[in-house]
Design a protein around this ligand. Sequence first.
Ligand SMILES: CC(C)(COP(=O)(O)OP(=O)(O)OC[C@H]1O[C@@H](n2cnc3c(N)ncnc32)[C@H](O)[C@@H]1OP(=O)(O)O)[C@@H](O)C(=O)NCCC(=O)NCCS
Length: 170
Amino acid sequence: MSDQAISVRPASRADLDFVFASERLPGYEALVGRSGMAQHETFLEDGRHAYFIGERAGAPVGFVIVRDWNAADGCALVKRVVVTEPGRGIGRAMLAAAIDRVFTDTPCYRLEIGLFPANERARRAYAAAGFTVEGITRGRVFMGGTHHDEMVMSMLRPDWEAKRGLEPSP
Ligand SMILES: CC(C)(COP(=O)(O)OP(=O)(O)OC[C@H]1O[C@@H](n2cnc3c(N)ncnc32)[C@H](O)[C@@H]1OP(=O)(O)O)[C@@H](O)C(=O)NCCC(=O)NCCS
């Protein structure tokens, strides 16, 4: 599947049912966080979060939530990424398109993403999208009443520029 087959667009209130259902797909409960509908509605409008819907031929195939969009310190976080058909190259293409939006639409310098160390599929998809492993933060994620280690990966603007074949920013 080519990257060109997947695009992202900003989400609207009407997309939240898809987001809500996708993060609750069977098998995902141990891999990714989930939010209540009221929480999603708040995030969508608060200016701190940016929601993107991944699409293939006009149909939704996943979503990406970026936190600290356009933050003053230039540091943003991919808070959540989910596709509905994993392992088919959709995640890396959707993420790459969302990354382009972050670095094109904001002056972001550092984009971070976290995952559970055992989530090999996510790590490989994120590496393919251009993220580099930084290390493990112990007990960083509190989920299901337990503290879990988190692997942190990041992409800096120069990494993105190099991947895109762009001239470095002044
Ligand atoms: C994480 C996620 C967004 C990645 O998207 P994706 O479309 O599955 O990823 P891609 O198909 O682009 O890449 C998957 C990579 O993992 C490999 N892979 C596929 N299935 C795998 C599996 N079961 N175990 C380990 N690796 C696997 C693929 O070979 C590919 O790596 P490669 O190109 O180096 O060979 C998606 O899997 C997902 O939504 N998972 C459920 C929720 C989740 O884990 N979210 C992320 C939380 S941090």
